[in-house]
Design a protein around this ligand. Structure first.
Ligand SMILES: NC(=O)c1ccc[n+]([C@@H]2O[C@H](COP(=O)([O-])OP(=O)(O)OC[C@H]3O[C@@H](n4cnc5c(N)ncnc54)[C@H](O)[C@@H]3O)[C@@H](O)[C@H]2O)c1
Length: 255
């Protein structure tokens, strides 16, 4: 599913790279010829993911990193550049989904953790990627928002606040860097069949049949379909695209 891109000689960095959309995107970057730094909080999974790519003949580096810790993010980005020599593309994807909570009952601890991972983690990754891309005068960054960055959902106020925040980061930084050779965009996935959504269904937080019927294309999306959008946003094919929030949601937000 990756016929169109040639990123030979380029370097990509992906957070949340050992599962779901991050893993699919790391694979897609590697299959298109890029060297990939895979960052994730799950040490066993990220080492296995990088090893699988290396075994298949790709250049890949496992980076154990909690994106809520800026020092760990800086170190992961810098190690990618030290290892592979440059940084051309990044997908800032790591995220968590707290259980649905009545807005009147949300704990400060839950609010702070989802902000720290989803919003502050994206901020930290973008910041440290830009330090290299600023010096190079080139680069493409894709931040992971959500349909939750475009609309609300009962019980999900804190999560949706993070995903709206990701779009504010994306648009402002895109304006700042447009004339400096760096494009910054966001993808807004709909409901995608990943371990995150499988866990929501298993916990009774999501009715899969209802979710499938909720958009014009009446099925869940796949992680590979998000990866393809990310690769396009990193490719020369999107050379005049910056600051967009691209829904990849089967039409959910068209309603
Ligand atoms: N699945 C969906 O339907 C959906 C829809 C819209 C947006 N999203 C967003 O897409 C992104 C990826 O989601 P997914 O569905 O692939 O989820 P997933 O749970 O399959 O994968 C998330 C990955 O992020 C990692 N991670 C979690 N916390 C981390 C941290 N603090 N530091 C570093 N890594 C961390 C996990 O270990 C995991 O590998 C998330 O930002 C999520 O909010 C998902």
């Amino acid at each position: 599913m990756n016929p169109a891109y040639d990123f030979t000689g380029q370097v990509a960095f992906v957070t949340g790279a050992s599962s779901g959309m991050g893993l699919a995107t790391a694979h897609a970057f590697a299959e298109a010829g890029a060297a990939v730094g895979l960052a994730d909080i799950d040490e066993g999974a990220v080492c296995a993911a990088a090893q699988e790519l290396t075994d298949a003949g790709h250049r890949a580096l496992a980076l154990v990193c909690d994106v809520s810790d800026e020092d760990q993010v800086a170190s992961a980005v810098d190690r990618t550049v030290e290892t592979f020599g440059r940084l051309d593309m990044a997908y800032n994807n790591a995220g968590i989904m707290p259980p649905p909570t009545d807005a009147a009952d949300e704990s400060a601890a839950q609010f702070d953790r989802v902000q720290a991972v989803n919003l502050r983690g994206t901020w930290a990754a973008m910041k440290h990627e830009l330090r290299h891309m600023r010096d190079q005068g080139s680069g493409a960054i894709v931040n992971c928002s959500s349909l939750g960055g475009l609309v609300g959902n009962p019980g999900r106020a804190a999560y949706h606040a993070t995903k709206h925040g990701v779009l504010g980061l994306t648009k402002s930084a895109a304006l700042e860097y447009g004339s400096r050779g760096v494009r910054i965009n966001a993808v807004c996935p709909g409901t995608i069949a990943t371990p995150m959504v499988e866990a929501m269904a298993a916990q009774g937080e999501l009715d899969t049949e209802q979710a499938e019927a909720a958009q014009a294309i009446d099925r869940l999306g796949t992680a590979e379909e998000i990866a393809q959008a990310v690769l396009w946003l990193c490719s020369p094919g999107s050379s005049y695209v910056t600051g967009v929030a691209l829904p990849v949601d089967g039409g959910y937000t068209a309603q």
